[in-house]
Ligand binder design. Structure first.
Ligand SMILES: Cc1cc2nc3c(=O)[nH]c(=O)nc-3n(C[C@H](O)[C@H](O)[C@H](O)COP(=O)(O)OP(=O)(O)OC[C@H]3O[C@@H](n4cnc5c(N)ncnc54)[C@H](O)[C@@H]3O)c2cc1C
Ligand code: FES
Length: 275
């Protein structure tokens, strides 16, 4: 019988520095076997996560940042905060990592189709939103207006800048940093300040969000002024995880398991279940 906790070995084919403490890893499974079983051409649903690790250090969950239609590799964007991510940051091109997944539900793509989409994120919350944007661009005619609002404390903290500059040709992008900076040509202020500039048709708009913590805590203040109903607002939540498959209870909140019921929840569910 297959051991559900057994990871595959993935080779690092590219490492790209995104900021002082964030690296992007491009990973290919050994032997070139694609990750996940493809469904409608996609190897995962944007918003799903992988459990990635280093032998001897353990595993941690990471949202997948790459294009779900990509067959050759997946990309993870990893902020160095502790033991596992510290060990990952010592790895180089040609080294290996362990990988399990994809896990979790991902954003409800069919529900999003036909709507205007507002994507809201900050700091290292960009990976699952990046994957969702790649999906939307791949299927651009299925969506109305698409706005990305992405903020960070400083411009150096904005990740995936090269990709974002390409996305600007297909979707509307607002980048913002908390305070004024020399040479910064984007907006200054919080993400909430930029949202008021977007013309919203609440009846036909969905919202997709991903952390960081303080942004999640202020979700109601962020989205309430837009008048969009809670069931159309989706947010990817973070909880400490171990198994990733609904067995260990590490990620439980209220009646929900973040690893299997989430990590993407709508605001209605969060109100009823969050502790
Ligand atoms: C679904 C999901 C997707 C994620 N996607 C990404 C991603 O794309 N990129 C990324 O860099 N990180 C992501 N994270 C967070 C990442 O999993 C943690 O940073 C990682 O587990 C830290 O492991 P560590 O051993 O390096 O740190 P540890 O030594 O375990 O912890 C270091 C510090 O980080 C805190 N911490 C650890 N895990 C979490 C967590 N899940 N939530 C809040 N605080 C935590 C600890 O309390 C401690 O203060 C995601 C988490 C989840 C649940
Ligand atoms: S991480 Fe084990 S139950 Fe969710």
């Amino acid at each position: 019988m297959k051991n559900i906790y057994e990871p595959v070995t993935a080779e690092i084919v590219k490492v790209e520095r995104q900021s002082k403490d964030v690296l992007l890893f491009r990973l290919r499974s050994k032997g070139g076997v694609p990750f996940g079983t493809p469904k409608r051409g996609m190897h995962f649903t944007p918003g799903q996560f992988m459990l990635a690790g280093v032998w001897g250090y353990g595993e941690a969950p990471f949202g997948i940042a790459s294009d779900p239609y990509e067959t050759e590799y997946i990309e993870l964007v990893v902020r160095r905060v502790g033991d596992v991510t510290g060990a990952m940051h010592l790895l180089e091109k040609g080294d290996t990592m362990t990988l399990r997944g994809p896990y979790g539900n991902g954003y409800p793509l069919e529900f999003f189709k036909g709507s205007d989409v507002i994507l809201i994120t900050g700091g290292s919350g960009i990976p699952p939103i990046a994957s969702l944007i790649r999906y939307i661009i791949h299927n651009r005619k299925d969506f109305g207006m698409v706005h990305l609002v992405y903020g960070a404390k400083t411009s150096a903290g904005l990740l995936m800048k090269r990709e974002i500059s390409k996305w600007k040709r297909k979707i509307d992008v607002t980048l913002t940093v908390d305070g004024p900076e020399c040479d910064w040509k984007g907006k200054c202020g919080f993400v909430s300040d930029c949202l008021t500039d977007i013309k919203v048709n609440p009846a036909n708009t969905v919202v997709a969000m991903c952390g960081p913590g303080p942004m999640v805590d202020s979700i109601e203040q962020l989205v309430n002024p837009m008048g969009i109903s809670d069931r159309k607002i989706f947010i990817s939540m973070e909880r400490r995880m171990q198994c990733g498959v609904g067995r260990c209870q590490h990620c439980v909140t209220g009646r929900k398991y973040v690893c299997t019921d989430g990590p993407v929840f709508n605001l209605d569910e969060i109100d009823r279940n969050w502790d």
